[in-house]
Design a protein around this ligand. Structure first.
Ligand SMILES: Cc1cc2nc3c(=O)[nH]c(=O)nc-3n(C[C@H](O)[C@H](O)[C@H](O)COP(=O)(O)OP(=O)(O)OC[C@H]3O[C@@H](n4cnc5c(N)ncnc54)[C@H](O)[C@@H]3O)c2cc1C
Ligand code: FES
Length: 286
């Protein structure tokens, strides 16, 4: 799953020097998440793989890693989906189209589409974990003929936390992919006519060939343990599972050790890992 960690656009002589990213569009979702469309200088492409991330600098506030949520098949500006949780993310939520941020990357290993060519794929996304998987989901939909059966399972806490509602509707109504969704709960002041329950409650509904289907998982840390148990009970071999993991990061370049899981660096060896590689690493908590 390793891929190039070198930016395809010119980041100049100092790789820690970000380039200017112009915010060209923002789109708030109903929860605490917002989509940002960002254009690089001279309209240059980011040149990422699905699952890779960028380091985004809010001038005067700080820097943080974010997965690229748009597919490389979509030309032009790239997209990030960002949940406001702290200093950098809140400052970013206050920025508007026309404002500028710093961008370094793309970094890390992604989901190499060539590795999944011809394969049946099950995507399992929890909460904001849909952001990195959306890049790969839309890649497979845009190049549909290159892949086998596609299935997506998406769960979030409440209906208002659903990301990309228009796209979810297209996924549900189209025939390019089987789509299943759930919410943990639906408070009385929200509308929902789908199933309620944690994501593992709908995984057994999925009709896949457990021996051959590749399973791509991304979600909050607590989700992995239960999803992996469920996949094990279904008979999915560990070797068919790929996880995207999050860790606190600093350099993003495999130098500072902030993101280390035993001998692995999440920023360069990951964030996408083949499950057998991290299965027995205690600090991976999967
Ligand atoms: C590879 C990678 C990809 C990521 N992709 C995305 C993405 O696509 N979208 C996105 O929104 N985030 C993503 N994150 C998480 C994001 O980097 C953090 O939310 C961000 O660093 C928080 O920075 P801050 O300065 O706003 O918060 P800080 O000021 O550093 O933190 C403030 C408080 O928020 C808590 N906090 C920090 N991160 C989180 C979190 N993720 N969830 C809940 N509480 C948190 C901290 O523990 C602290 O208490 C990714 C992280 C990694 C490592
Ligand atoms: S963030 Fe510095 S080693 Fe990974």
């Amino acid at each position: 799953m390793r891929s190039s960690t070198t930016a395809k656009f010119d980041i100049g002589e100092n790789e820690y020097q970000p380039v200017n990213g112009l915010i060209t569009r923002t789109r708030p979702f109903t929860g605490a998440d917002k989509l940002f469309e960002i254009q690089l200088p001279d309209g240059e492409e980011l040149g990422h793989q699905p699952g890779q991330f960028v380091q985004l600098l809010v001038p005067g506030v700080g820097e943080a890693p974010f997965s690229v949520t748009s597919s490389p098949t979509k030309p032009g500006p790239f997209e990030l989906t960002i949940r406001a949780v702290g200093n950098v993310t809140r400052a970013l939520h206050n920025m508007e189209p026309g404002d500028t941020v710093g961008i370094r990357g793309p970094y890390g290993s992604g989901f190499d589409p060539d590795v999944f060519e011809g394969e049946d794929i099950l995507f399992i996304a929890g909460g904001i974990g849909l952001a990195p998987l959306r890049s790969m989901i839309n890649y497979t939909l845009d190049e549909r003929e290159r892949f086998g059966e596609l299935t997506t399972v998406y769960g979030c806490k409440e209906p208002v936390e659903q990301l990309y509602p228009d796209e979810l509707e297209e996924w549900a109504e189209g025939d390019a992919m089987e789509y299943f969704e759930t919410v943990d709960q639906c408070p009385q002041d929200q509308e929902w006519d789908g199933p309620t329950g944690v994501i593992t409650s709908i995984i057994p509904e999925v009709d896949i060939d457990v021996e051959t289907t590749k399973v791509l998982v991304c979600g909050p840390p607590v989700m992995y343990k239960f999803v992996l148990q469920e996949l094990d009970e279904m008979g999915v071999p560990d070797g068919n599972i790929y996880l995207s993991l999050e860790r606190n990061m600093h350099c993003g370049r495999g130098l500072c050790g902030h993101c280390q899981i035993n001998e692995l660096y999440v920023c360069t060896d990951g964030p996408v890992f083949h499950y057998p590689v991290v299965r027995d690493k205690q600090e991976a908590e999967v």
